[in-house]
Design a protein around this ligand. Structure first.
Ligand code: IPE
Ligand code: IPE
Ligand code: MG
Length: 243
């Protein structure tokens, strides 16, 4: 599989909705947290896979704004898993040249999470092999609303005029301002929806859906999605003959 992929035609940025942990666990007669724990193995795999093949940005949807509405025990379990995973993995991320970023509403995250995340982001700040962006307590409607508020505030205090507001200005007020838009978005577990993920940034992304549940997702699955992506024609409104 790996040798079929054209390294010159890789997406720079891959975004993944890691879905299906709960169903994966249920199929095994276990509770949902067991699925989330196994999902960490898949995260390690795709991070390694991206570093090995040369994808430069990887965004992982780890916890949505709406996920706060899950049973409290699951929310607590996920937050704990996040803290312990970051603590455990920070050194190996660093050794592999991975730089960690987080997008989402920090004000809603527990203090222990914020401390751990800040440490890992500082530790890895100089790395360049892969930018790993965790979407945590993230929702696209939140992000777009925040951007609008920031721009409106700048107009109100005369830092910006209404005429200054174009797509570029808007993009620069999103949480993803430092990253290119994803060319490929993957969702696992057979669901076909966006679930409030990167609505603005995915405007022209290629969407790839697989029935594989997230805890079963391995490098091979990533490579399969990259190969699939490379066999698509991205027309951006033009016709085939113009490309
Ligand atoms: C994705 O798996 C992980 C998170 C949303 C945190 P789910 O927990 O949504 O698993 P399913 O969709 O219920 O199987
Ligand atoms: C989306 O998955 C959020 C994450 C993967 C973190 P969900 O499983 O929460 O999505 P819906 O609610 O089923 O659409
Ligand atoms: Mg789900």
């Amino acid at each position: 599989m790996l040798d079929l992929i054209d390294k010159q035609k890789l997406p720079k940025h891959v975004a993944i909705i890691m879905d299906g942990n709960g169903r994966w666990a249920k199929e095994r007669g276990k509770d949902r947290l067991f699925g989330h724990q196994h999902g960490v193995i898949s995260v390690r795999e795709v991070v390694e896979g991206c570093v090995e093949i040369g994808v430069q940005y990887l965004t992982l949807y780890a916890f949505s704004t709406e996920n706060w509405n899950r049973p409290q025990s699951e929310v607590n379990g996920l937050m704990e898993l996040l803290v312990t995973t970051i603590r455990k993995e920070a050194d190996s991320l660093n050794k592999n040249g991975v730089r960690l970023h987080v997008i989402g509403d920090f004000s809603t995250l527990p203090e222990s999470c914020i401390v751990e995340l800040n440490e890992a982001m500082e530790l890895t700040a100089a790395n360049t092999a892969l930018n790993l962006i965790l979407a945590l307590s993230y929702s696209s409607k939140w992000e777009i609303t925040e951007a609008t508020r920031k721009i409106a505030a700048k107009v109100a205090n005369h830092e910006l005029t209404v005429d200054d507001i174009d797509e570029e200005t808007f993009k620069n007020h999103l949480a993803t301002k430092d990253f290119p838009d994803p060319e490929l978005m993957i969702r696992t577990s057979g669901e076909h929806r966006i679930s409030n993920f990167l609505l603005f940034q995915l405007a022209y992304a290629e969407l790839y859906f697989t029935h594989t549940h997230w805890p079963d997702f391995r490098k091979e699955n990533l490579y399969e999605s990259l190969l699939n992506y490379q066999n698509r024609e991205r027309r951006f409104g033009k016709i085939s003959e113009q490309l």
